[in-house]
Write a protein that binds this ligand. Structure first.
Ligand code: SAM
Ligand code: SF4
Length: 331
């Protein structure tokens, strides 16, 4: 392996890092968190400077895409300074964020100016009551205003993300596609993943597969399979009469693992080599024990990547293999 890139034992090159900038959130989505959550003490969470340093190490090892996520990245104080900092790293050509949209009415324009290129905004329903049921604390008006603000800020890439649950919001699928089309933005539908113990519903019962969702959309729009490969669990479709793309994220299928190009960093600085299992390395320990030592950090990253597993092992029955919640993982 070259000293300037991260290649795992299966020949896969790591070019994409998802960083969770906080485990906290202003929502409590039923598939992501329990109603009562205990968040990490601040001292355990990486500082923004530590995150910037880790991003720099990755960028010097061939990573060109970083996605900031959480928790809700926009509730982290001064997150704009991190966006600005990572935006100036020479190797990073795509700086992205996944957000619930609640802070976008006031932050979208500044994020765009700070160098954010693409933004994924979660929206599971257009029905205000359903929205409050699914997010427990969210108000749909703010998120819809946030999407308008993102469209007005002219991000090169805007995509909606919707987790679909049977009997909860599967009646919204076609309306969400129409909403995305009206704004010329893309939309992805996500299968619920068995992350964290959730008592609110039985995941085996609510699982709505990508195939189920595709069928619902096909009743209204003609879908044409795309050829692009995201290096992840997304498959894209086009519509015959419109440029908006429709993605299907099927984490239960493991047939994307062979092309996997990504790793994750949690808000406490754990490097997760695969979403579906517990292999990790402690980057916080390295950056706190050897402050400012970029070579030492790169060594830790090189060493960790040699332990990236070949594939994940999610069960398809909705059983919990992983006790981490999604907000810890950085979805
Ligand atoms: N708070 C931001 C948001 O909601 O977009 C970013 C973090 S959130 C964990 C990232 C994405 O993960 C969201 O699109 C959310 O819908 C999705 N998500 C959360 N829990 C999930 C689960 N158990 N299965 C599948 N997707 C999940
Ligand atoms: Fe918060 Fe995002 Fe999880 Fe919803 S999915 S609780 S918005 S972190």
């Amino acid at each position: 392996m070259s000293a300037n890139e991260l290649i795992d034992p299966f020949g896969r090159k790591v070019t994409y890092v998802r960083m969770s900038v906080t485990d906290r959130c202003d929502f409590r989505c039923v598939y992501c968190m329990s109603e009562e959550m205990t968040f990490l003490p601040r001292a355990q969470v990486l500082t923004l400077e530590e995150m910037q340093f880790i991003a720099r190490a990755f960028s010097e090892l061939g990573v060109n895409k970083i996605r900031l996520t959480g928790g809700e990245p926009l509730v982290r104080r001064n997150v704009l300074s991190l966006v600005q900092g990572i935006g100036t790293l020479p190797g990073i050509t795509n700086l992205a964020m996944t957000t619930n949209g609640s802070q976008l009415p006031t932050m979208a324009a500044d994020l765009r100016k700070a160098g954010l290129k693409s933004i994924n905004i979660s929206l599971d329903t257009l029905d205000g009551e359903q929205f409050t049921q699914l997010t427990r604390t969210g108000k749909i008006e703010k998120v819809l205003a946030g999407i308008d603000a993102a469209v007005a800020a002219d991000f090169p890439g805007i995509k909606l993300n919707a987790v679909v649950m049977k009997g909860r919001n599967d009646d919204q699928v076609v309306a969400l596609v129409e909403y995305a089309r009206a704004r010329n933005i893309d939309i992805s539908f996500i299968e619920e993943m068995p992350l964290g113990n959730i008592e609110e519903h039985d995941r085996g019962e609510t699982l709505c597969t990508s195939e189920d969702v595709r069928e619902l959309i096909s009743e209204r729009f003609k879908l044409i399979a795309g050829t692009e490969n995201s290096g992840g669990p997304s498959r894209y479709y086009h519509m015959a009469d419109h440029p908006s793309k429709i993605g299907f994220i099927s984490p239960h299928s493991h047939n994307f693992c062979g092309d996997c190009n990504r790793v994750r960093v949690t808000s406490e600085g754990k490097l997760l080599l695969c979403l579906g299992n517990e292999y990790s390395a402690d980057l916080r320990d390295t950056v706190r024990r050897y402050p400012g030592d970029l070579d030492r950090l790169k060594e830790t990253l090189h060493d960790a990547v040699t332990r990236k597993p070949e594939r994940h092992f999610f069960s398809s029955e909705g059983e919990v293999d992983i006790v981490r919640f999604m907000n810890m993982t950085g979805g």
